[in-house]
Design a protein around this ligand. Structure first.
Ligand code: SF4
Length: 298
């Protein structure tokens, strides 16, 4: 089928409009399971009460087909574009923007987008360089995968970067992650997912931390050394006693995920990005003929 026959721009726009609302309303099963586990293992009275309230929140959102949280966040998309996908990334971006705006107006959703200096609203969750899109390109493939991760400001504000030195080693990484999460306390609406990005450069480490929060809960990094660090940090973070919503308890985080990259011999960057309990994400696969399948992962 030729590109002329297929409204691929429309298919991407439709996908974005659906993904944004779907992610906001219907949280993934792995998150539901993690929240259920948290309810089962929390022993503090206050912590249990908070987790019960979160559970009721999710049940009501399901029953009423409503949002799990009023903060519709900032729309963040990750795209994996096949080199033979017949729509240029510039057009894909325009379609993601149009879909984000359409979802916001049609649902309607709260619009959070403002000019960063004047603080004036810039449109229905769109603006200059909004939504945010991360790109990956795949050789020898003609499809497009889109993942939408709406990011609430409460958790996004709890993002931290430190340029550790190599002599700080793994100990320095652990210390910085712990200090960041203890400092954040209840602000990022715990229990959530702690995403850690290590290596690369300053900007890339933060990008990796954002990638880490978008993984299904409990998936382990394929590198066994990194996976071991994930396990250790998960245990340590839950020993802080911060607990649900920072009110004390056993469950401070649902999981700790790490993404890494090789780096310069004199660099040791560490980035932390928190994802709140409402860890929303949804994905779509768009084929070259415009056929779209919706899934949680790609
Ligand atoms: S941080 Fe998450 S749970 Fe808290 S208000 Fe924002 S979106 Fe909602």
């Amino acid at each position: 089928m030729s590109t002329i026959d297929v409204d691929l721009a429309g298919a991407v726009e439709d996908a974005a409009a659906h993904l944004y609302v779907w992610a906001l309303k219907d949280i993934p099963q792995d998150l539901r399971d993690a929240l259920d586990d948290a309810r089962a293992r929390e022993t503090s009275v206050t912590g249990k009460r908070v987790l019960e309230t979160i559970h009721r929140n999710v049940v009501i959102a399901d029953a009423e087909s409503n949002l799990v949280c009023q903060d519709t966040g900032i729309a963040v998309y990750s795209c994996r574009v096949g080199e033979q996908f017949p729509l240029h990334p510039a057009r894909i971006y325009e379609s993601l923007k149009a879909g984000t705006a359409r979802a916001t107006l049609e649902h309607p959703l709260r619009s959070n987008a403002v000019h960063t200096i004047t603080r004036e609203n810039t449109g229905p969750n769109i603006g200059y360089r909004l939504p945010i899109v991360h790109w990956d390109f795949v050789e020898d493939w003609d499809g497009l995968d889109v993942k939408c991760v709406p990011k609430g400001s409460g958790s996004e504000n709890m993002s931290f970067l430190k340029m550790c030195v190599p002599a700080d080693g793994v100990r320095g990484i652990k210390q910085f992650v712990l200090e960041s999460i203890v400092g954040a306390g209840g602000k990022p609406c715990p229990p959530g997912i702690v995403g850690v990005g290590i290596g690369g450069s300053a900007d890339y480490a933060m990008y990796l931390a954002k990638e880490a929060i978008a993984r299904p809960i409990g998936t382990r990094n394929p590198d066994p050394i990194v996976a071991k660090l994930e396990e250790e940090l998960f245990e340590l973070l839950n020993e802080t006693g911060i607990g649900p919503m920072g009110l004390g308890g056993d469950v401070t985080v649902l999981q700790c995920h790490i993404e890494h990259a090789d780096t310069h011999m004199t660099l040791n960057p560490v980035a932390v990005n928190y994802q709140c309990w409402a860890a929303r994400r949804a994905s779509a696969h768009i084929a070259a003929d415009g056929t779209t399948e919706f899934d949680r992962e790609f």
